[in-house]
Design a protein around this ligand. Structure first.
Ligand code: KE4
Length: 447
């Protein structure tokens, strides 16, 4: 993988003097100057941009430049930033307290909305992040089945719990640490990593050791190696084998939940897992994750059962208020038809622009999640898993990223992430994004 840092694409850095100074200060205080590596621009070279505010579909950096936002905080901001209904809900919750460490009715109200929306969820437990949700779901699957082994897929990212930080995607892949130092052999020994969209590998693994497997954990639509859609056969094989061998099927819908439909990828694809993890949108941009599923499984969670999981700020009133307002807005005014229309236009526009520039790309999209993979050959190769995703031309992606930054479009700072857009993006925004992409790609063709 070409380290993008060696390919200086960051033109017009002089426009971002305040960001550069802020980054220099932050690096003295915070490892790498960021509180999450995905923000470090490691996948595109150059220095991260510091932001001052966000409004609707736009971000404004501390140098005063405004961008069309195609990250949306890595997924949560499906309604755009500072949606009036979400802001009002947070302000109202603020009037009565920020954290009680005791149950509130608002948590039951949000639980009802989640259970009503997500087909697999009969009971749900709230936590503070997607990582916590995935970590807890794995512990629950192991506690429920009494088994140790876990199957995950290369390029899938489920947060940074040790057992799941093996061949991980997202910033682990971007920064070349899919198997992080500090994850001990003991912690990873029960994690089996297979290739996504390879049903034969699932068949062989279950044939060999099906009675030792507690769970298959997967992104039902992958965002963390760039966007990779599942084949029907792959999904149905995972569902069939877990059922047949007494293992649990866990869909990690932290990214896809409430984004691909109100019921997430599982509703869109018609496959019901045993457990589902949630994050991002469910908290409306505040720290909230959740895991839920079959009632007979969830009743093993302490204090109903014996599988331990706890959290001081789990079900935090402000995050619950933001998540509730977000899910109510998505239920009352579903944006999915508009998101599909805009996604289809963006995909077609990027495809035409890349072809006109003579650049080889593979574009994958589901709803409002999309990735344009830059490839080296003359013929586009379908990206079906990490083996093909990891052959992407990350240097070309970096050039595209910086060209779009210079035109006021903020894309994910890695080839191995999906872009997201919101219900606040307009037809004009989509058209302007396509025009900017055509301009950048044409320039890249000449380079
Ligand atoms: P958090 O712990 O970051 O809330 O959720 C972890 C997680 C779990 N599962 C999936 C499918 C996810 O996409 C994530 C987090 N996604 C990354 C972006 N690809 C978050 C950005 C970051 O790490 O800063």
């Amino acid at each position: 993988m070409t380290p993008a840092r060696s390919l200086p694409h960051e033109a017009h850095a002089d426009r971002r003097t305040a960001s550069r100074a802020a980054f220099a200060r932050a690096r003295r205080l915070i490892p790498g100057g960021v509180n999450s590596p995905a923000r470090a621009f490691g996948g595109v070279g150059g220095e991260p941009i510091f932001f001052a505010r966000a409004d609707g579909q736009r971000l404004t950096d501390i140098d005063g430049t405004t961008y069309l936002d195609y990250i949306g905080s890595w997924g949560p901001m499906i309604l755009g930033h500072r949606h009036p209904r979400v802001v009002a809900a947070i302000e109202a919750a603020l009037q009565t307290g920020t954290s009680y460490g005791a149950p509130t009715e608002a948590e039951s109200r949000l639980a009802e909305l989640i259970i009503d929306a997500v087909p697999s969820i009969e009971k749900v437990r709230m936590v503070s992040s997607g990582t916590e949700a995935a970590m807890s779901a794995v512990r629950l699957a192991r506690g429920f089945t009494g088994r140790d082994k876990l199957i995950k897929f290369a390029g899938n990212y489920h947060g940074h719990a040790d057992a799941l930080l093996v061949a991980a995607g997202s910033s682990a892949a971007t920064l070349g640490v899919p198997n992080s130092p500090g994850v001990t052999a003991g912690a990873a020994q029960d994690t089996i990593v297979l290739e996504y969209n390879e049903p034969s590998q699932l068949e062989a693994t279950f044939r060999a050791q099906g009675n030792t497997i507690a769970a298959v954990v997967m992104e039902p639509v992958v965002g963390n190696m760039g966007l990779v859609a599942p084949t029907r056969e792959f999904l149905e094989t995972a569902r069939r084998l877990t059922q047949a061998h007494g293992a649990l099927l866990v869909f990690d819908e932290v990214m896809t939940g409430f984004r691909l439909s109100l019921g997430g990828a599982q509703q869109l694809l018609g496959i019901t897992p045993d457990l589902t993890t949630l994050g991002k949108i469910v908290g409306g941009g505040l720290p909230l994750g959740a895991y839920g599923g079959r009632g007979d499984v969830m009743d093993h969670v302490l204090p109903a059962g014996k599988v331990f999981q706890a959290g001081t700020l789990s079900g935090n009133p402000l995050a619950v208020a933001a998540g509730t307002a977000t899910l109510l807005e998505l239920r009352d005014h579903p944006p999915y038809a508009q998101l599909e229309r805009h996604g289809s236009a963006l995909e077609a526009g990027f495809r035409v622009a890349a072809a006109a520039a003579g650049l080889t790309v593979w574009i994958a999209r589901v709803g409002s999640m999309m990735t344009m993979f830059f490839q080296r050959g003359d013929e586009a190769v379908p990206v079906m898993g990490w083996q093909t995703a990891s052959r992407s031309d990350t240097g070309r992606y970096a050039a595209f990223f910086w060209g779009m930054i210079d035109r006021g479009i903020y894309l994910p700072c890695s080839q191995y992430e999906a872009l997201f857009f919101s219900s606040m993006h307009t037809d004009d925004d989509i058209d302007a994004t396509i025009a900017a992409a055509a301009d950048v790609l044409k320039g890249m063709a000449r380079a």
